[in-house]
Design a protein around this ligand. Structure first.
Ligand SMILES: Cc1c2[nH]c(c1CCC(=O)O)Cc1[nH]c(c(CCC(=O)O)c1C)Cc1[nH]c(c(CCC(=O)O)c1C)Cc1[nH]c(c(C)c1CCC(=O)O)C2
Length: 367
C-alpha cells in the first residue's frame, strides 16, 4: 500500500456519482481538457516536444492543473496530462508527435513474420520502471491539487493501440489494421493480449501513484463491425476490467471506479453494460434518453456525450444540447458524469466551454 499522505478530497461529487449515488448535480469535466484550445497550454509548452512534456512530471502536472484553475468551481475532475501512446513506447516502438499532423511511428509493425513483431510480443516490458515518469506526475499532481477535485488516470485500449502500432499513425481507411485482423487474426490476438496485460499493470500502478478513477480509451472501436468488435476489442476490454481490481487488491490498494469509452461502438452498448466497468463513456451518436435507460437497467453510470462541435455553435446551441442531456440523463442527479462525446477540439474558445459547464450546472439545478 502506498503511503503518500495526500490532502483530503474536498469535492467528491464525481466519485459519488461513479458509485451510482444520488447527487445534487452532475459532475463535469471534458476529455482533452488540458490541450491546445487553452492559450496557457501553448505558453507552458512553448516549443518543447509533446512527449518531452509528458516525461516531465513538473510540466505534465502544470498542464493538468490549467483547466482546474481556469474553470474553478465549475469543473469536478482532473485527468493526468499524458498520452495513450506511452504504452507502445514502453514496448520499444518509437513514436514522435508531429506538429499539425499528430503521432507518427517511423517504423510500424508490418507483418507477423518480421523480427520486429516477435520482439514486440516477446519483449519483457517493465511497466513500473519504463513509465515511472507518469506515476511521478500523478503523485505530484495529487499533492498540487490539494483535494480540489479527484484525478483520472487512463490508458489506450488494446485495439486502438494495435491500430496505431500497425498504421504508424492516424488513418482513414485502416488498411493495415484490417489486414492484420482479417489476415493475421491469431497474431493480432497475441499482440492484443500482450497489450491488455500491460494495460492492467499500468493502470494499477497509476492507482498506486494516486489516480482515483481510471478510463480506457478505445478511440477507434467504431472502425469495427459488431462482430469484429466482439472478437478484437471487447474481450481485451473485458480482460482489463476483470484484472485491474484483482491486481489492486493484491497490491493492498483500494479498488477504483473504471470507465470504458469505446468511441463509435454504439451497437455494443448493452454488451459494454454487461462488463465489469462501472461507467460507460458515450459519444454523440447516442441519444441520451435511450442510452441512459439501457445503462440504468444494468446499474451502470454513463459519461458524455455532447458533440464537441457544438462548442463552435454559440450559446443557444450549447443550451439546447445541454437541456437534451439533462432531460435524457434523468435530470442529472444520478448516473451521469457530464462530459463531451469525445475530446475537446482545437480552436474552441475557452469561454464557450465555460458556458457549457455553467449550463450543465444551471439546467440540472432546476430539475
Ligand atoms: C487517440 C488518442 C491519442 N491520445 C489520447 C487518445 C484517446 C482520446 C481520443 O480519442 O482523443 C488520449 C489523450 N491525449 C492527451 C490526453 C491528456 C489529458 C486530457 O484529456 O486533457 C489524453 C487523455 C493529450 C494530448 N495528446 C495530443 C495532444 C496535442 C499535442 C499538441 O499538439 O500539442 C494533447 C494535448 C496529441 C495526440 N495524441 C493522440 C493523437 C491522435 C494526437 C494528435 C491529434 C490531437 O491533438 O488531437 C493519440
Amino acid at each position: 500500500m502506498a503511503t503518500h499522505n495526500f490532502p483530503p478530497l474536498k469535492n467528491d461529487l464525481l466519485l459519488r456519482t461513479a458509485r451510482n449515488e444520488t447527487v445534487a448535480r452532475p459532475p463535469c469535466w471534458v476529455m482533452r481538457q488540458a490541450g491546445r484550445y487553452l492559450p496557457e497550454y501553448h505558453q507552458e509548452k512553448g516549443t518543447k516536444d509533446f512527449f518531452e512534456c509528458c516525461r516531465s512530471p513538473e510540466i505534465a502536472s502544470a498542464l493538468t492543473l490549467q483547466p482546474i484553475d481556469r474553470f474553478e468551481g465549475l469543473i469536478d475532475a482532473a485527468i493526468i496530462f499524458s498520452d495513450i501512446l506511452v504504452i507502445p513506447q514502453a514496448m520499444g516502438m518509437e513514436v514522435i508527435m508531429v506538429d499539425g499532423k499528430g503521432p507518427v511511428f517511423p517504423d510500424p509493425l508490418k507483418t507477423p513474420e518480421d523480427v520486429q513483431y516477435r520482439e514486440v510480443v516477446e519483449r519483457h516490458v517493465d511497466v513500473k520502471e519504463s513509465l515511472d515518469y507518469v506515476y511521478k506526475a500523478i503523485t505530484m499532481t495529487r499533492h498540487k491539487l490539494d483535494g480540489r477535485v479527484p484525478l483520472y488516470g487512463f490508458c489506450g485500449a488494446p485495439f486502438t493501440l494495435l491500430c496505431y502500432m500497425v498504421e504508424g499513425g492516424g488513418s482513414k481507411i485502416f488498411k493495415q489494421t484490417k489486414t492484420w485482423i482479417y489476415k493475421y487474426g491469431d497474431e493480432s490476438k497475441i499482440l492484443l493480449q500482450k497489450i491488455a496485460e500491460l494495460c492492467v499493470e499500468y493502470l494499477a500502478m497509476q492507482v498506486v501513484a494516486g489516480a482515483q478513477i481510471v478510463q480506457i480509451f478505445d478511440s477507434w472501436a467504431g472502425e469495427l463491425s459488431p462482430a469484429s468488435f466482439r472478437e478484437f476489442a471487447l474481450p481485451y476490454l473485458e480482460w482489463i476490467a476483470d484484472h485491474v481490481p484483482d491486481r489492486l487488491r493484491e497490491l493492498g490498494e483500494e479498488v477504483v471506479p473504471m470507465i470504458v469509452f469505446a468511441k463509435g461502438a454504439w451497437y455494443a452498448l448493452e454488451e459494454l453494460c454487461q462488463t465489469k466497468y462501472d461507467i460507460v463513456g458515450l459519444d454523440w451518436l447516442h441519444e441520451p434518453r435511450e442510452a441512459y435507460a439501457i445503462a440504468q437497467k444494468y446499474g451502470k453510470v454513463v459519461q458524455g456525450n455532447a458533440d464537441p462541435g457544438v462548442l463552435y455553435g454559440g450559446n443557444a446551441a450549447i443550451t439546447k444540447v445541454v437541456q437534451n442531456m439533462v432531460d435524457g440523463f434523468g435530470g442529472g442527479k444520478k448516473g451521469w458524469i457530464a462530459n463531451l462525446g469525445h475530446g475537446i477540439t482545437p480552436f474552441v474558445k475557452p469561454d464557450d466551454l465555460k458556458f457549457y459547464f455553467a449550463e450543465i450546472h444551471r439546467l440540472s439545478a432546476g430539475s
